[in-house]
Design a protein around this ligand. Structure first.
Ligand code: MN
Length: 257
């Protein structure tokens, strides 16, 4: 049997499971809220064209209204000023969109501190226990934050001092971008950076360093607890929006049982 026939047969008999890491898209899908004077994206919505009525008697269809960075989505390098000469989302090679993934789980620490920031030593401890980060693959950062994804307020967890959601320290973001072979970082939160990232140096270090290094981001993932620490294959499928800085994406993981 060819490798691909083996793969599809294994999916058919359940020995390889396809796990959907994507948040459903609706008007209530949480979105980022930047403070004044910054611009903001819109909520996802459907605009009905016809529904078996005089506007189209036999068919139902909608226009969609969405931001590039709405729901589970892909950040392309050109999203950030540090990556402004890099790829837009339509230019990302398809072979980069199918890649190995590992899961670094800090949900217990985030439960005690929503502002938790991952440090280089945490990743070093992980690699010591679990082996190297995948060359050309994804580091999936599990924080347990997906449990809040049904509610905008809980998801952004903001007060007068700003949003309190977990992320990665500036030093660790720089190290992941420049010293490790990963292709990108996947998170469960509304963006790859922590809620407190506007106050880090540089601000929004994951965006700044990773996109500046030509790497990618994936946000608002869920069910990462269903993946093994290593061994999953990730399929990320952003739309090829020409000139786009990102795109809503379906993100699937293949897990072998
Ligand atoms: Mn984004």
């Amino acid at each position: 049997m060819s490798l691909l026939a083996q793969l599809t047969a294994a999916i058919g008999d359940g020995s390889i499971e396809v796990i959907d890491l994507t948040a459903p898209l609706s008007e209530t899908t949480p979105i980022l809220k930047l403070p004044e004077p910054f611009g903001n994206t819109v909520n996802f919505s459907l605009r009905e064209i016809s529904r078996y009525d005089e506007r189209g008697p036999a068919w139902y269809w909608n226009d969609i209204v969405t931001g590039e960075h709405t729901g589970t989505h892909f950040d392309a390098p050109v999203h950030w000023v540090t990556g402004r000469d890099g790829e837009d989302v339509s230019q990302v090679a398809p072979s980069r969109l199918v890649a190995p993934a590992v899961v670094l789980d800090v949900a217990d620490r985030v439960a005690a501190d929503p502002d938790f920031l991952l440090q280089i030593d945490d990743v070093r401890a992980w690699t010591k226990a679990n082996g190297p980060l995948p060359d050309g693959g994804w580091l999936l950062y599990r924080t347990g934050w997906d449990a809040r994804s049904g509610d905008q307020e809980e998801f952004l967890n903001a007060d007068e001092s700003g949003s309190h959601t977990p992320g990665i320290s500036a030093e660790c973001a720089r190290w992941l971008a420049e010293e490790t072979p990963i292709a990108g970082l996947g998170v469960e939160t509304v963006g790859t950076d922590a809620g407190g990232a506007p106050g880090l140096d540089p601000p929004f270090p994951c965006h700044s360093f990773l996109l500046g290094a030509g790497k990618y981001g994936l946000t608002q993932l869920r069910d990462l607890d269903r993946l093994p620490v290593r061994g999953a294959a990730l399929i990320a499928s952003p739309l090829p929006i020409v000139g786009g800085s990102g795109s809503p994406a379906r993100v699937l993981a293949l897990v072998e049982h």
